[in-house]
Design a protein around this ligand. Structure first.
Ligand code: ZN
Ligand code: ZN
Ligand code: ZN
Length: 104
């Protein structure tokens, strides 16, 4: 599911233009906009891709923390859930990265 950042209408993962206002969702979906904000924020060290609790195995497999260079585009093109990919981006701040560090 993609949400248009201009008019808030929802569109299926498979379309590239908002079904309501015609905006290009590769640029104006809420996900793309949120990713842009995270990439531009210097306090954000890396970006976590989170899944909803009932996500499909494909999305679960891609749930991870990515560097800003590696972060995949959402919605996942291989998602098999009937409602489509509902993954979202979460910022990992420098401070939390230190607190959450795993000590071996
Ligand atoms: Zn729209
Ligand atoms: Zn999925
Ligand atoms: Zn997904």
């Amino acid at each position: 599911m993609q949400t248009c950042s201009k008019c808030n209408a929802s569109s299926p993962d498979t379309v590239t233009l908002c079904s309501s206002c015609g905006a290009d969702l590769r640029e104006y979906s809420l996900l793309v906009q949120s990713l842009k904000n995270l990439l531009e924020n210097p306090r954000v060290k890396s970006i976590r891709v989170s899944v909803s609790h009932d996500a499909c195995p494909f999305c679960y497999a891609l749930m991870n923390t990515y560097t800003k260079d590696e972060v995949p585009l959402l919605p996942h093109t291989g998602c098999s859930h009937e409602l489509g990919c509902r993954c979202f981006y979460e910022p990992v701040l420098a401070e939390t990265a230190i607190v959450g560090k795993v000590i071996n």
